[in-house]
Design a protein around this ligand. Sequence first.
Ligand code: ADP
Ligand code: MG
Length: 315
Amino acid sequence: MTGSKKRIVIALGGNALQDSNGPATAEAQLEVAKKTCEYIAEIVNRNYEIVIVHGNGPQVGRILAASEAAKDITPVMPFDVVGAMSQGYIGYHIQQALGMALAKQGRSIPVSTIVTQVVVDRDDPAFQNPTKPIGSFYTEEEAKTLMKEKGYVMKEDAGRGWRRVVASPIPQRIVEIDTVKQLCGSCIVIAAGGGGVPVIELPDGSLEGVAAVIDKDFAAELLAEQLEADMLLILTAVDRVALNYKQPNQKDLDALTVEEAEKYIAEGHFAPGSMLPKVQAAIKFVKANPGKKAIIASLSKAVEALEGESGTVIT
Ligand code: ADP
Ligand code: MG
């Protein structure tokens, strides 16, 4: 911790960069980012020191699809490279949008993106059973060729065709953590975008990119731990974590203890791949930092959540 400001790691969900009803263009992304950064600037205004982690699922999907469609003109980009590309252009949009939102408040704080590598364990059990679909749909014949020639794992996706699947391993170490630590406090850092570019550590100590997707909520949690952040703030599209989500007896929760959260996980209240990793990340942060809290809230009510008027706080 530096100075008296509280440090928060903010995880931004997909809704922070794309409107589900809007076009999937870069221009539209920048417009959504501008709105998002108005909310983030409000947080900065409340005197918090922030670090931003964002998702990249739709963006890597699009870069990969474009690269695959252009395969006869230029070689297809490896998936780790696609992840790094997405960190670059999403970071660029947030830098521009947040810079502008802060300037409107008369603040001049530098905003910088760190292309971030995150080490995963090559023996992570997730690699035995890849589940995250990425990129375009293929015919069975094309899929079999890709499996043979490129070593991709491909699976039939709910009758829609064949798709490449990759693993979602647990983040172990943030390679650029010292850079983030040094910059924290003197600028707003955007790091571990999309969960970070997944790399494995070879016996000689060198790093090698792998085709995998790291959950951005888990990466944000690891970053929050390593930065000794005071709080993990996970911003998404819903105001609160709910029990019996989307059922007539849905119950939104203001607060959860770790014990309650674990019980509700066991009862299956949180969907894998969406709310479950957020609750798990919140639990992990609070367990590692007794006395600190994690909040899951909606982007548009982030400030209210910090003031205890919205969101679900996990303690
Ligand atoms: P993000 O892009 O922010 O990571 P996700 O779609 O991955 O968003 O996860 C958040 C979504 O999880 C919510 O918008 C909601 O639709 C869904 N969800 C699933 N289970 C729950 C639950 N129990 N309570 C609240 N939201 C839930
Ligand atoms: Mg998600």
